[in-house]
Design a protein around this ligand. Sequence first.
Ligand SMILES: [Zn+2]
Length: 171
Amino acid sequence: MSFFTTHPRAPRIGWVCTAVGDMGRQKKDWVPCDVCGTLLRFPHLMSHPRFPGEVAVGCECAAGMEGIPQYLVDQRDREAKNRFASRRNFCGLKNWTQEGRTMWTLKHLRQEYRVVKGPYGGYAASIRREGEMAWTRLEGWHKKIEDAKLSAFDAINPPHRATVEAIEEVA
Ligand SMILES: [Zn+2]
């Protein structure tokens, strides 16, 4: 049943897309649009300052809830899909180069990535953006080298992320 049928008092407009998800290639993992029921691999997660929780919808329903032109939502959808595809391929890129026993580097689309293995077995990542002289060390250690590589990817290619400002209710 549609979200707006089960939540008749929910706001119809003024929603913000906080993130776009990827449920994977398998159709059994896809989720229905909370509004129209269309099965979605890439749900747009919508939040509203006057509604608790998130609503997962497709592009058409998102445009209506956000009150923005369809092409802007489609553009966000396309960018998210491209990013997910790049992220899936990132760890296996052929030009990752091992230097010595504990360092891996990659130059890709004019950005530089580096992963080092620490003395205790974890992996840490650094990035150097195009035009920067110094490397930026990313926080944290990862158990798997893939996760360190992906943290570097995410730092250079951040996902779509919007925040919802809480609106103070006027009594
Ligand atoms: Zn829908």
